[in-house]
Design a protein around this ligand. Structure first.
Ligand code: NDP
Length: 323
């Protein structure tokens, strides 16, 4: 028997309870993994709070983790006990041990530590598909990113820089502005001091951006649309301030704009896509184009406090839970 964090009912961080959880022996196509590091993400908050529906009566949040294979079930040829692995899955990772379908796992290169892997499997693959697929960024593009000093934000800024784009970020404190500047952003707007859409117009000499990557949602979507140039792409990939309210398709008429609302899981649904995108991510990390260097580690049991900090905007970069 091992321990995990289980919510019996949707609610605040306090619904996470430290309990014994069953870890069945791996069946056909499954692998038993001992977790060594588990990433904290806003999607964990969405599931815990009930914003995203639960598939079962109870919920163990947690969408990215790294660990060591302890046993493999029948039909698993690509993994063996002792392998270092990592994965992304919608939920279920806040636990010491887990049995999971082998198709979700990737082997970790020696150069990538467990803590780094647990901080980039979801956030880094998100940055990867955003810049290559949601809106394929080209050298010379100017792009706006909200929550630039957040988990996804710090990776995105560096990736945009490596492509040769001009990255504009927004952040809510002077310390966060400074951190984002050190992670690829050419301009960082403190949105508490300035109207960010007006600042973007000024920075781009009135032209606007080719794309906006907006994970804040309800507080920012109007300003995001105002920050786009003609034919610009509004990518809404999250809602840390709440689900977007009041958006109408006709809002896109102001500049023949486009909008999309992507989810990582669609971009890695096929095994070949997961492997290809991971290879790109691990390659960027190995080359030093993207550094996962802003990570706070805390004990797995403290996940509720980690959620409270994330929701209250007290974090920068990534938080990783250690079992
Ligand atoms: P972040 O670290 O980016 O989120 C926290 C930051 O968001 C805060 O520090 C704060 O920065 C900013 N923020 C703005 N408004 C609010 C608010 N009302 N409440 C709380 N925070 C706010 O988190 P993650 O890196 O985990 O995730 C970033 C976003 O990306 C999330 O919305 C997540 O859902 C989304 N996501 C989407 C995926 C997809 O495929 N669709 C996959 C992965 C992540 P500041 O103080 O600077 O405003």
């Amino acid at each position: 028997m091992s321990k995990g964090l289980v919510a019996a009912t949707p609610g605040g961080p306090e619904v996470l309870s430290w309990e014994d959880v069953e870890t069945p022996a791996p069946g056909e196509g499954e692998v038993a993994v001992r977790h060594t590091a588990i990433g904290v993400n806003f999607i964990d908050v969405y599931f815990r709070s009930g914003l995203y529906p639960w598939p079962e009566a109870t919920m163990i949040p947690g969408a990215e983790a790294a660990g060591v294979v302890e046993a493999v079930g029948p039909g698993v040829a690509d993994f063996a006990p002792g392998d270092r692995v990592a994965y992304v899955a919608r939920h279920g990772a806040y636990r010491e041990r887990r049995t999971i379908a082998a198709r979700h796992l990737v082997k970790l290169p020696d150069a990538i530590s467990d803590v780094v892997a647990a901080s980039v499997m979801l956030k880094g693959l998100t940055a990867q598909y955003l810049v290559t697929s949601s809106y394929p960024v080209r050298a010379g593009d100017t792009v706006l990113v909200h929550a630039a000093s957040g988990g996804v934000g710090l990776l995105l800024g560096q990736w945009l820089k490596a492509i040769g784009a001009t990255a504009i970020g927004t952040a809510g404190t002077a310390q966060k502005v400074e951190l984002a500047r050190r992670h690829g952003y050419d301009h960082v707007i403190n949105y508490r001091e300035r109207d960010f859409a007006a600042a973007v117009r000024e920075i781009t000499n009135g032209k606007g951006c080719a794309a906006v990557y907006d994970s804040v949602g309800n507080d920012t979507w109007r300003g995001s649309l105002q920050s786009l140039k003609r034919f610009g792409m509004f990518v809404n990939f999250g809602q840390s301030s709440g689900m977007i309210q009041g958006f109408a398709l006709s809002d896109l008429a102001a500049g023949s704009l486009s909008a999309n609302r992507p989810m990582l899981f669609d971009y890695i649904a096929e095994r070949t896509d997961l492997e290809r995108r991971c290879a790109d991510l691990f390659g960027r990390l190995a080359a030093g184009d993207v550094r996962a260097d802003t990570i706070s580690c805390r004990p797995l049991r403290d996940a509720a406090a980690a959620h409270a900090d994330l929701e209250a905007r007290r974090t920068v970069g990534a938080t990783v839970l250690i079992p």
